[in-house]
Ligand binder design. Structure first.
Ligand code: ATP
Ligand code: MG
Length: 154
């Protein structure tokens, strides 16, 4: 169905602020035409999988998660950025692979099976979108979803 990504993310952030009151959730928006065609439940799952990672791989500093929505030609880009432990450059290309976990997370107390981001990738690809990650150890991680605009925005 048609989803206005801005109000949709607003709602999800309300839910997240309630669930994780210790984390600062910030919303940024540039661009007005943010309708996409997507499955609500699946997109919700994808966003939560990304946010759970940001919560799980926190740094010692006060945690901040920024949602940012921008328009780029026929696409809408949702960026979810954290200030967590980050990912080694060499590991970044593999984080969307099934069962992949970085050395530091395998050795740490945080559990997980390495499936969260593989599911995210599947969901975004089903929507003919693209997903990628940028990260810097000690600084944080950003996950990007690029999705086609909905018909109503043409
Ligand atoms: P699961 O999600 O199945 O419980 P997981 O979190 O280990 O387990 P993914 O969500 O697929 O698996 O993430 C893969 C790996 O990428 C993680 O184990 C972690 O090493 C790294 N990673 C993912 N997101 C972040 C992040 N925001 N900050 C730091 N490392 C991350
Ligand atoms: Mg995960």
């Amino acid at each position: 169905e048609t989803i206005d990504l801005v109000s949709y993310c607003h709602d999800i952030m309300e839910e997240l602020r309630f669930q994780y009151p210790q984390i600062d959730f910030v919303f940024q928006q540039s661009g007005r035409m943010t309708n996409i065609e997507a499955d609500r439940e699946q997109l919700h799952r994808a966003i939560l999988n990304v946010v759970t990672n940001s919560v799980k791989y926190q740094n010692n500093s006060r945690s901040k998660i920024i949602f940012s929505i921008t328009e780029k030609e026929e696409n809408v880009i949702l960026m979810i950025k954290d200030n967590g432990i980050g990912i080694d450059q060499a590991a970044v290309p593999f984080v969307f692979d099934q069962f992949y976990r970085t050395d530091s997370s395998r050795n740490s107390a945080t559990g997980g099976s390495g499936l969260g981001l593989a599911i995210v990738k599947k969901i975004i690809e089903i929507h003919q979108g693209t997903v990628w990650a940028e990260s810097e150890p000690g600084i944080g991680t950003t996950i990007y979803f690029q999705l086609k605009k909905g018909e109503h925005d043409e």
